[in-house]
Write a protein that binds this ligand. Structure first.
Ligand code: PLP
Length: 361
């Protein structure tokens, strides 16, 4: 095999990052284990209990329950599946702000539920009056996002939970990206703050675990029964996960990262990432770009398409929001030096673009 994985020194668009060294080491040691078969691989199964206990502490959940998923997509699909099974409707619907991740489109497709997408307000958070207007007796689930993929916004989670319960629906919080930074903010986003039922929270994003390590948490372990199927040929009796064989590497690296970093290491990382995001937003604003004020460590700015393309041609791994803004995620591998070098390239390219083309050219 000749191809090496790319370095992280120009990656500004990813919600994944370099795993913490302890997480990398744990992933390697548990590479050949399968928590999907706990009767055969009891050690990694015990580690998964530790992972869920740690994740629950981070998410304010008193009675730990859930499992380590392949990522936010699986956690979101499973949350919709639980809600569909619980709903007293033959035509269930799910209400989600337009800022929700596209994994819910997959969930709706797979599970045959009607996905009702409501607008966001002028701060890019779920518009509560639109949510109220969208729910009805067939609503199985109301989704809130705690750390949106495009702007890092946090929906008004307690209000969303209240609306959900007013129509006997469940409430799911997608904190796949935000879950490891929100504990250090004043936002109300978790099980202790609001009457939410399920949550996606991913160690392989801000948690600095190796891929694949997502998390599904449920307020009541009985909710997992909605997902469980019998497993005749295994020594365990049932399985609630979507995948069968799963990566023990993800489970072990999640535990190693959280044991190493929760809470002090994550708090320090949040401060670094937040300062970097504010520095970048400021640098872009000073250059005349319109910047969406960063609330979590994610910056979106109105940079022209031609500049964006030129930066990509320089090797910068950047992406755009649905409306075309440059989007930079200040993950743990993103340093101030990287951002300064990025701004240096931006200045150079803008100067080149502003030099008028003369007849001699
Ligand atoms: C808020 C949110 N939810 C879910 C996901 C999907 O996670 P994954 O790619 O790990 O399946 C993402 C991915 O970036 C995300 O930002």
């Amino acid at each position: 095999m000749q191809i090496e994985p790319q370095a992280f020194d120009r990656v500004l668009s990813s919600m994944c990052t370099e795993p913490h060294p302890a997480a990398r080491d744990a992933a390697e040691r548990f590479l050949a284990t399968n928590p999907g078969d706990p009767g055969t691989y009891p050690n990694v199964a015990a580690l998964e209990d530790d992972a869920i206990a740690l994740l629950s502490e981070i998410a304010g959940l008193d009675d730990p329950a859930g499992y380590i998923t392949s990522g936010g997509t699986e956690a979101n699909i499973q949350a919709v599946r639980i809600a569909r099974e619980r709903a007293d409707s033959r035509t269930p619907n799910v209400v989600m702000p337009e800022s929700g991740h596209f994994s819910f489109q997959k969930a709706a497709d797979l599970l045959g539920v009607d996905l009702r997408i409501i607008p966001t307000d002028d701060r890019q958070r779920a518009d509560l009056s639109a949510v109220r207007a969208a729910v009805d007796d067939d609503t199985a689930l109301v989704i809130g996002v705690a750390g949106t993929t495009e702007y890092g916004r946090v929906d008004p989670i307690p209000d969303l939970a209240e609306i959900a319960h007013s129509v006997d629906a469940m409430c799911h919080v997608d904190a796949a990206w935000g879950g490891f930074v929100l504990p250090f903010t004043d936002y109300e986003w978790n099980f202790a703050h609001a009457a939410i039922d399920t949550m996606a929270i991913d160690p392989h994003k801000m948690g600095q675990a190796a891929v694949p390590a997502g998390g599904l948490l449920v307020r009541d372990s009985a909710l997992l029964d909605e997902l469980a199927v019998d497993t005749p040929y295994l020594e365990s009796t049932s399985q609630a996960t979507l995948t069968g064989t799963r990566s023990g590497a993800g489970v072990a690296s999640a535990v190693a990262a959280m044991e190493e970093l929760w809470p002090g290491g994550y708090r320090r990382q949040y401060a670094r990432s937040k300062n970097n995001a504010e520095w970048l937003a400021d640098a872009l604003e000073k250059r005349g770009y319109e910047v969406a004020d960063p609330t979590l460590p994610l910056v979106a700015a109105d940079v022209p398409r031609s500049t964006f393309d030129a930066l990509r041609a320089e090797g910068w791994r950047i992406s755009r929001t649905a409306t075309g803004e440059l989007r930079v995620v200040c993950m743990p591998h993103v340093t101030r030096e990287m951002l300064a070098s990025f701004i240096g390239d931006l200045d150079r390219l803008e100067v080149r673009a502003s030099v008028p083309i003369t007849s001699d050219d």
